[in-house]
Design a protein around this ligand. Structure first.
Ligand code: NAD
Length: 367
């Protein structure tokens, strides 16, 4: 699975940046190249009306540079709305490093990347995403203060993934309450696709509550580890989307709800951590709505991580992190009800509120 299903051929037909399918009035896109370390990175700054653009760095072996550009444009846009709907004074940004995190990530490369982040003077603040560890952020911290998600021993809030998972769990419970009339997940069949940093922690919450959890991953070692640790069932089929389930939790990469999968999905609720789950927001959001599938918007329920790293900037502690993350339950319910009242998709309802907050700030700033 690449991060997006939009084909390279389609991407190359348009102008390189401003004409990209995923370009949505991004403020700045920075291409970073360093021959000595092999660094090839793109930093996307979508919007800084509410504050500095904060968002993680993803290291991934993209099939083409177009895919990387498309990913950073989509991801950085998502961060703008994630922070806006969560009530944080942050803008949206994201970075991608092109390469294999297992074999091409070196301390020198991470520090060089940090220098590029530093050159933006705080307009973009980084953190970890797929392919990154807290220790990588510690390396970046050696060359710039514009980084979050650093180790607790170095004064940071530590790995954000468990908090992200807790927020997803809260959002999932709210969606269950809306769809099934109860937020109790005991006995519910939940498929967790991708059991990395966030997925594993989500499985822990779900199995504790007595959900019937099925796990899927391309990494056999992780499957064995998570299955042994929490008693989850390993999925061995070849078409997860077509399986009968109550809840589908996408926790790997984005765009898994797309033209190929959407008509197969039998889940009644979709709630997961992955960013940009809908390949084409409006189209796929509307089809889910027509099918009566409750979609908990990804950028709303996976905000635990950003809440956690924001604590490093604002200086609030664990209690406040948990309180803000638990509030995802209330916000999710409000958004689902708002979507029904206004006859829009759940994704659109969440986007409208996020955009409203940005517009309000813009008009305050211009007074
Ligand atoms: P991770 O790299 O630790 O885990 C991803 C897992 O997905 C890996 O185990 C990988 O093997 C698996 N995977 C990849 N392709 C797959 C496929 N085709 N089928 C099944 N499994 C597959 O990443 P993570 O930090 O757990 O993040 C997961 C998702 O959540 C990402 O989309 C990320 O952007 C998003 N997210 C993460 C955070 C966070 O705090 N880490 C916050 C917000 C959003």
């Amino acid at each position: 699975m690449t991060s997006d299903v939009i084909k390279t051929k389609e991407l190359t037909k348009v102008d390189p940046v401003f004409g990209q399918l995923s370009f949505d009035d991004h403020e700045q896109v920075v291409f970073c190249n360093d021959k000595d370390t092999g660094l090839k990175a793109i930093i996307g700054i979508h919007n800084t009306v509410l504050g500095p653009a904060l968002g993680g760095t993803r290291m991934w072996q993209y099939a083409t540079e177009w895919d990387a550009l498309n990913d950073v444009l989509r991801l950085s846009r998502g961060m703008t709305f994630k922070s806006a709907i969560t009530g944080l004074n942050l803008g949206g940004g994201k970075a991608v490093i092109i390469g294999d995190a297992k074999t091409q990530k070196t301390p020198e490369l991470m520090k060089r990347f940090g220098e590029f982040v530093h050159s933006l003077s705080g307009k973009y603040i980084t953190a970890e995403d797929v392919g990154m560890e807290t220790s990588d952020m510690d390396l970046v911290r050696e060359v710039t203060p514009y980084v979050t998600g650093i180790s607790e021993s170095k004064g940071g809030a530590g790995n954000p993934s468990p908090i992200t998972a807790y927020g997803v769990y809260m959002g999932m419970k709210a969606a269950a309450k809306y769809k099934f009339g109860s937020d109790n997940l005991e006995g519910k069949k939940v498929y967790v696709q991708g059991i990395g940093h966030v997925g594993e922690s989500l499985v822990e919450h779900l199995t504790k509550e007595g959900a019937n959890v099925v796990i899927a991953d391309i990494n056999e070692e992780r499957l064995q580890h998570v299955s042994n640790s929490y008693g989850a069932t390993i999925y061995r089929g070849d078409d997860l989307y077509a399986e009968q389930m109550d809840i589908y939790a996408p926790c790997a990469l984005g765009a898994t709800i797309n033209d190929d999968t959407i008509n197969k999905i039998k889940a009644e609720v979709i709630a997961g951590a992955a960013n940009n789950q809908l390949a084409v927001e409006q189209k796929h959001g509307a089809i889910l709505q027509d099918k009566g599938i409750v979609y908990a918007p990804d950028f709303l329920i996976n905000a635990g991580g950003i809440i956690n790293v924001y604590a490093e900037l604002e200086g609030y502690g664990k209690d406040e992190i948990i309180r803000k993350t638990e509030n995802i339950y209330n916000t999710t319910l409000e958004i689902l009800e708002n979507a029904e009242t206004n006859g829009v998709t759940t994704n659109m309802a969440a986007l409208n509120i996020a955009k409203g907050r940005i517009e309000d700030r813009k008009s305050q700033n211009s007074k």
